[in-house]
Ligand binder design. Structure first.
Ligand code: UDX
Ligand code: ADP
Length: 463
């Protein structure tokens, strides 16, 4: 089957960039990205490309080339479903905040709504592609809904998890390590798989396109994220030991990373991993393991999250201890709020939890992030419901530049590894801070020796 019309439900961090790249690489395919959120769709259609709702290096160029040619953003969900031969589901699957599996299982209500909507609208056969990360066996639930509530048309369900990392989404989509497509072993299933393989084959070398059964594909996504997060928690666990023993975690990481069996990536000690995927996917894995009675398996993976929570809390505690056991009334500057550099995404960012701990100790926090808006920062803190919205507002200022953030501060906490931080006039920052001036580098991104020469008291992670 030759696909000419694709619809993607969900114009978020995954759906938006992924579809923009498919459209750019496949000018012969019409790609329509739909979302219920009108403001988001309006932003995707904004002529000013700096207003796109997702910040990703290179995304503006891709959108500007394809948008209006064969890439469209719309709120007309039904129409796009009806016209498409292939429908990607790329809606959010947050961790449940209620009921059975609260705090662990993925909340599938958005997925189910999508499935019901597709079933209601579809008048011709469709290939439905799961793009969102989903617990194993979700495809079968989608299939049941489609088959039982549909208009008698045929649905094939594929799992095609997205492995892009935020901040490098466009580069990852242009040259993915692999594209994974899971589908039914039946002839119809194999045809559906082939249709999606043909889409990717427009720019991805064939040997990098991997096909499996649906369950393997669904589980591979959770596993990949669990393995990556586990590496971060492993090096972070060692960072605490390094601090006690005089070893330097950067040196240890370098030494072990040169072992080709271990490899150098994902060994950077930090204040803790964030992002919408790692924690959610591991909790999901833990929940699935528990539901099969595999308690040792569940405990094993849960430890990755426990370590990550510990790392965030430890960072905040260390700031308090170093500032003479009290931060009450003290100004602490936060450089960075996003969960990593080159993105405006703040979901599960370590900054939120560190700020929360410090606010509970009555610190006054001044944040500067090159891409995150003030409303988002307050939203993130309010979401935790630790204190009233007005208390959060009183405790947190959002600065227009780093110099304002650090003016008269007792300490600086680096929470995101933005490259720009290295280029600041650190002498000027030092001159305008209270003394002694501390830097707590939660990302080991600054040059500690240089800062110490200026007069700062510098502490990185794991040294
Ligand atoms: C991750 C996976 O990498 C990607 O394949 C999947 O599709 C989605 O989840 P993402 O969350 O965008 O991507 O970012 P990633 O680069 O994996 O970083 C996650 C977190 O780990 C960030 O907070 C990052 O700062 C932290 N991290 C990463 C470390 O602290 N140390 C490291 O060495 C690497
Ligand atoms: P991700 O990081 O997985 O892309 P986001 O939260 O950034 O997640 O994006 C998911 C998008 O899906 C949101 O913009 C949300 O409005 C949209 N969405 C959720 N449910 C539906 C639905 N039933 N129909 C259309 N859009 C939906």
């Amino acid at each position: 089957m030759n696909i000419k019309n694709i619809c993607c439900i969900g114009a978020g961090y995954v759906g938006g960039p992924t579809m923009a790249v498919i459209a750019q690489k496949c000018p012969h395919i019409k790609v329509t990205v739909v979302d219920l959120n009108e403001a988001r769709i309006q932003a995707w259609n904004d002529l000013d490309l700096s207003k796109l709702p997702v910040y990703e290096p290179g995304l503006d160029a891709v959108v500007s080339e394809a948008r209006g040619r064969n890439l469209f953003f719309s709120t007309e969900v039904d129409k796009a479903i009806e016209e498409a031969e292939m429908i990607f589901i790329s809606v959010n699957t947050p961790t449940k905040t209620y009921g059975v599996g609260k705090g662990m299982a993925a909340d599938l209500k958005y997925i189910e709504l999508c499935a019901r909507q597709i079933a209601r609208v579809a008048k011709t056969d469709k290939i439905v592609v799961e793009k969102s990360t989903l617990p194993v066996r979700t495809a079968s639930a989608i299939k049941e809904i489609l088959d039982h509530t549909g208009n008698g048309v045929n649905f094939q369900i594929l799992s095609n998890p997205e492995f892009l990392a935020e901040g490098t989404a466009i580069a990852d989509l242009f040259a993915p390590d692999r594209v994974l497509i899971g589908g039914d072993t039946t002839t119809e299933g194999q045809h559906a798989i082939q249709a999606l393989v043909d889409v990717y084959a427009n720019w991805v070398p064939k040997e990098r396109i991997l096909t499996t059964n649906v369950w393997s594909s669904e589980l591979s996504k959770l596993t990949a994220n669990a393995f990556l997060a586990q590496r971060v928690s492993s090096i972070n666990a060692l960072s605490e030991l390094c601090e006690k023993t005089g070893a330097d975690v950067n040196e240890v990481a370098r030494a072990i990373g040169m072992d080709s069996r271990i490899g150098p990536k994902f060994l950077k000690a930090s204040v803790g991993f964030g992002g919408s995927c790692f924690q959610k996917d591991i909790l999901n894995l833990v929940y699935i393991a528990k539901s099969y009675g595999l308690h040792e398996v569940a405990d094993y993976w849960e430890q990755v999250i426990i370590m990550n929570d510990h790392q965030k809390r430890r960072f905040a505690k260390n700031i308090i201890k170093t500032l003479y056991n009290t931060v009450s009334g003290k100004k602490i500057a936060f450089l960075g709020w996003a969960f990593k550099k080159d993105t405006n995404d703040t979901r599960e960012s370590a900054a939120i939890y560190v700020a929360d701990d410090l606010l509970s100790e009555q610190a006054s926090i001044s944040v500067f992030d090159p891409k995150v808006e003030a409303t988002q920062i307050l939203f993130d803190l309010n979401y935790l419901e630790t204190r009233s919205e007005s208390d959060n507002k009183n405790g947190v200022q959002v600065a227009v530049d780093p110099y304002e953030a650090c003016h008269n501060a007792h300490a600086i906490a680096v929470l995101t590894e933005w490259d720009a931080f290295k280029t600041y006039d650190w002498q000027k920052i030092y001159d305008n801070m209270l003394k002694p001036a501390f830097v707590f580098d939660g990302r080991n991104v600054l040059n500690g020796e240089e800062l110490e020469r200026i007069g700062f008291v510098y502490q990185g992670i794991g040294s």
